[in-house]
Design a protein around this ligand. Structure first.
Ligand SMILES: Nc1ncnc2c1ncn2[C@@H]1O[C@H](COP(=O)(O)OP(=O)(O)OP(=O)(O)O)[C@@H](O)[C@H]1O
Ligand SMILES: [Mg+2]
Length: 230
C-alpha cells in the first residue's frame, strides 16, 4: 500500500514551551482508517494540525503525500449561529477548492449536492444550521469537508456533544465513505468506547504515541476510561 503520510521522529513545542509531542513515528497507508484517542491535552489536535500542515514540527519530519485534504477542526461548530444553510456551508467547503477558478460550475454544484446526500442531509439541505440537531450539524460539517473531494479526511472530535447513537451513525458513515471513496481517514475522538468498537487501528496520544495497533491488543490498563479521558 502506498503511504498517505509519514511522521519521522517528529517533536513539537508551542513557542518556547515544553514539548507536547515527542519522537513521534507515525505512518498511515492510503485507504486506512485510523482512530486517534487519548486524554485531554495529550496532543491529539496538535498531531493532526501537524498532518494538515497548520503547524511545522520543531524537529523531525512530516510528509503528506496528497494536497487534497479535508479537515474538520475541533469545535468547528462554533459560529453555528451564523444564518447559513447546510448547502451554503457545504458550498464554502467546495469553494476552498475552486477559488482559483472563479464561480461555482455545474460540476461543483453537483459535488455539493452529492456531499450533502452522502451524509443523509438532503431533506435539510436548505435549512439553517441553527435549526438542526447537534448530530445533524456535525454531519453538515463533515459534508463541508467532503465537498472538496479529499483523499485524506481529518476529523478532530466530530462527535463531541452528540449522543451515542449519533456517534455510531457518524462512525458508520465514515467507514462507508472510506470503503466507497478509498479515502484515508484520521478520526480523533475522546469517546474511546465508541471508537474501539469499529476501528482496526487505534493510536493513543499522550505526549507522543503510547499505543498503535488494533484495539484488541490494547493493554488492559488503557481500557480504564480515566486513562483516556484524564
Ligand atoms: N496554541 C497553543 N499554545 C500553547 N500551548 C498549546 C496550544 N494549543 C495546545 N497547547 C497545549 O498543548 C498540549 C496538547 O494540546 P492538544 O490540543 O493537542 O491536546 P488534545 O489531545 O487535542 O486535547 P483535547 O482532548 O482537550 O482536545 C496541551 O498541554 C495544550 O495546553
Ligand atoms: Mg483536541
Amino acid at each position: 500500500m502506498p503511504l498517505a503520510l509519514r511522521l519521522d521522529d517528529t517533536s513539537f513545542s508551542y513557542g518556547h514551551g515544553p514539548p507536547v509531542l515527542r519522537d513521534v513515528d507515525f505512518e498511515v497507508d492510503r485507504g486506512e482508517f485510523v482512530a486517534i484517542a487519548g486524554p485531554n491535552g495529550g496532543g491529539k489536535t496538535t498531531l493532526v494540525r501537524l498532518v494538515v500542515r497548520l503547524e511545522e514540527p520543531t524537529s523531525g519530519r512530516v510528509e503528506v503525500f496528497t494536497r487534497k485534504i479535508g479537515y474538520l477542526p475541533q469545535r468547528a461548530q462554533a459560529g453555528i449561529d451564523a444564518p447559513l444553510t447546510v448547502r451554503e456551508l457545504v458550498t464554502a467547503g467546495r469553494a476552498s477548492r475552486t477559488r482559483l477558478f472563479g464561480p461555482l460550475a455545474g460540476a461543483d454544484r453537483e459535488a455539493v449536492r452529492q456531499s450533502i446526500d452522502r451524509v443523509d442531509l438532503t431533506p435539510q439541505a436548505d435549512r439553517r444550521l441553527a435549526t438542526l440537531s447537534g448530530g445533524q450539524q456535525q454531519r453538515a460539517f463533515i459534508a463541508k469537508a467532503l465537498a472538496a473531494e479529499p483523499e485524506l479526511l481529518v476529523l478532530d472530535e466530530p462527535t463531541t456533544g452528540v449522543d451515542v447513537e449519533a456517534q455510531d451513525a457518524i462512525a458508520a458513515l465514515l467507514q462507508r465513505l472510506r470503503d466507497e471513496l478509498g479515502m484515508t481517514v484520521l478520526y480523533v475522538s475522546h469517546e474511546f468506547g465508541a471508537v474501539e468498537r469499529f476501528v482496526e487501528r487505534l493510536v493513543l496520544v499522550r505526549g507522543g504515541i503510547v499505543f498503535d495497533g488494533p484495539p484488541s491488543a490494547l493493554p488492559g490498563v488503557w481500557h480504564d476510561p480515566s486513562h483516556t479521558h484524564a
